[in-house]
Design a protein around this ligand. Sequence first.
Ligand SMILES: Cc1ncc(COP(=O)(O)O)c(C=O)c1O
Length: 425
Amino acid sequence: MPSYDSLKLADPDIYAALTGEMQRQADGVELIPSENYVSPAVLEIMGSVFNNKYAEGYPGKRYYGGQEFTDAVESLAIERAKRLFNATHANVQPHAGAPANIATYFALCEPGDTIMGMDLSHGGHLTHGHPVTYLAKIFNFVRYKMKDITTGEIDYDEMRAVAKREKPKILMAGYSAYPRELDYAKMRAIADEVGAIAIMDMAHVAGLIAGGAHKNPFDFGFDICLTTTHKTLRGPRGGMILTREAELGKKIDKMVFPGFQGGPIMQMVAAKAVAFGEALKPEFKDYAHQIVKNARHMAVEFLKNGALLITGGTDNHMLLIDTVTSWGIGGKEAEVLFDRIGITLNKNMIADDPRSPMDPSGIRLGTPAITTRGMKEPEMEQLVSFMLRAIEQRSDDAAIKALHEEVKTFCQQYPVPGIERMENG
Ligand SMILES: Cc1ncc(COP(=O)(O)O)c(C=O)c1O
């Protein structure tokens, strides 16, 4: 762990916030399924002098001089990304997941074109066409949904019917709040029937795909896979666009830069290279499989105790619980309650939720971060037990405080990468 001596001297306020955050991460259980802990190596390169360099363009074709080392790291990031996902082309410059999606839409569509994605309350992401986004003013988004929320099965017949009627340019797979795998073969066939480009936004499951715990959409003929690099893939905050064919890759490159972004954030590009190097190692396969095993085990424990899980369980890293039906409390109240015992997760809409996004009917939780910390099936049982006790004892302040202390003590056995054990207080 760096000493942070310079920061402490230069800016005591930010230093205090940093140490507070380190303590919070070490003492608490992180169940937000889009979060993770990067390795000390990834942390080091993110805080490096690559921050100082402008590198507009691509390796070998930059607008400024002095690119010997930026070219080396970006080329390595690209090569490693292609190997990880069996892609022909990789653009590692998107600043985050949303910019990767937006640049891809701009590269492939004209204003007014139709894009088909998963309905937000059924698990899709805002960038897949939610009316609150500016994207919804530019493109015509149409949606597909689950047929049956007790199993999570997607209504592929309806998807085909809507696609035939609306003729989308893009058929988008991928999700932020859906605990199952999609049928890529069926989606590819529907895209073919209507002449659409098939894209998977694998932001949430990229690490599971890289580690072989989930199927790779490219194996089913998908044209593009988009992703964030900071969720299950366990890299720096950032985005990436991969294509199956070189021609599509050229279009994407032109739109990412100069079409949409300025200079790449080179310390993040370098950190992507480091994280992809880690994901290519055999241990990452074990990690990816353990994420899924942990999530499944947690689901079984909740089900045994009478909780209602949307889709009836999970095949990936996340669980969605209907807290209103399960425990008689809304998702917001549940989020606050679990925060009080040091367990962080997020309130979440459930399919066709009658309640509002700020106080929805459910919560979303997942296992990528706790699996990085070395937790396995027995720890999943312990965590579910902490959560169920919090539900039972929620009106007893002293019991909740005592439970929080128990959670802190439990956490001390599982160090967070990049944070040395700190004394409490
Ligand atoms: C499926 C999906 N796509 C895109 C994004 C956007 O990523 P970012 O927050 O890095 O812009 C997310 C983030 O939650 C996501 O879940």
